[in-house]
Design a protein around this ligand. Structure first.
Ligand code: BTN
Length: 260
């Protein structure tokens, strides 16, 4: 069970010396972490909630939680990276969470570019990365992550029942705190943004869990245009490289729909 103690132990065991904040219920951990970041909270400030009443997803969507069944967390990071390299951190977090879920439950978890976590072809979780930028410089990054852990079919809202899943529904047995502990450990180990070669190493880890590569996709890009092509790789900043009729284009933001 997620409690003050289990959350604190997970952070400590991961080598994080900033005391995490656990709340049984909040509107959104993302709002809490953002307020803490704006007030100067240090890197590795982690906020975990047992339940959110106004959880937010990417692209203005919501994120539903069921008390005690999922893992909802947000963390403050202050990577000394160029703004254009910041998306790589959320790709690394996706790779770390995929590994954590696998270690905790044995369930094979992958990522659909850029920030979805999937298992058995269904959505298991997602990452919302929000940054504060001042004078063209990245001040902080708030990474919000939600994972469905012990949900049963009836715990999933009607509108996502056909497309969503949980670790339990995929045959894995774990509690949210077991996934949290492994995730923090994985990320603590691999997040070394001051190292030369960090961006390449993070991309390497992400490629290994990304199931979008090699697939045909339809992408809605920032200006609302829809493009289709085969995902042939990631560029040096984590953008998705699409190929169509011998031409290549980079999708650096947006929503992907897998066509095969
Ligand atoms: C997505 O797939 O659209 C991203 C979902 C992100 C959900 C997490 S849960 C913890 C954090 N707090 C929020 O309000 N959202 C993120």
């Amino acid at each position: 069970m997620l409690t003050d103690q289990t959350v604190a132990a997970a952070a400590r065991d991961a080598g994080i010396d900033v005391l995490p904040r656990y709340v049984e219920e909040t509107a959104s951990t993302q709002e809490e972490a953002r307020a803490l970041a704006d007030a100067g909270a240090p890197e590795w400030t982690v906020v975990v909630a047992g339940h959110q009443t106004a959880g937010r997803g990417r692209l203005g969507r919501g994120w539903a939680s069921v008390p005690g069944k999922g893992l909802q967390l947000s963390m403050v990071l202050r990577p000394p990276l160029a703004l254009a390299d910041a998306p790589v951190v959320s790709l690394l977090a996706a790779a770390a969470m995929a590994a954590a879920c696998r270690e905790a439950t044995g369930v094979e978890v992958a990522s659909e570019w850029p920030n979805d976590l999937v298992a058995g072809g269904r959505k298991l979780g997602g990452i919302l990365a929000e940054s504060r930028v001042e004078g063209g410089r990245l001040v902080h990054l708030v990474l919000g992550i939600g994972v469905n852990v012990s949900h049963r079919q009836e715990d999933l809202a009607d509108e996502i029942r056909g497309t969503a899943t949980s670790l339990a529904l995929q045959g894995g047995r774990a509690e949210p705190e077991a996934v949290l502990e492994r995730f923090l450990r994985e990320l603590r180990r691999s997040y070394r943004p001051e190292d030369e070669g960090f961006v390449d190493a993070a991309l390497e880890r992400y490629r290994a869990v990304c199931v979008t590569l090699g697939r045909s996709v339809r992408a809605t890009v920032r200006d609302g245009r829809v493009v289709e092509g085969r995902a042939v790789g990631l560029d040096e900043r984590g953008g998705l490289l699409l190929e169509r009729d011998g031409e290549r284009l980079i999708v650096s933001f947006g929503e992907i729909f897998h066509l095969d």
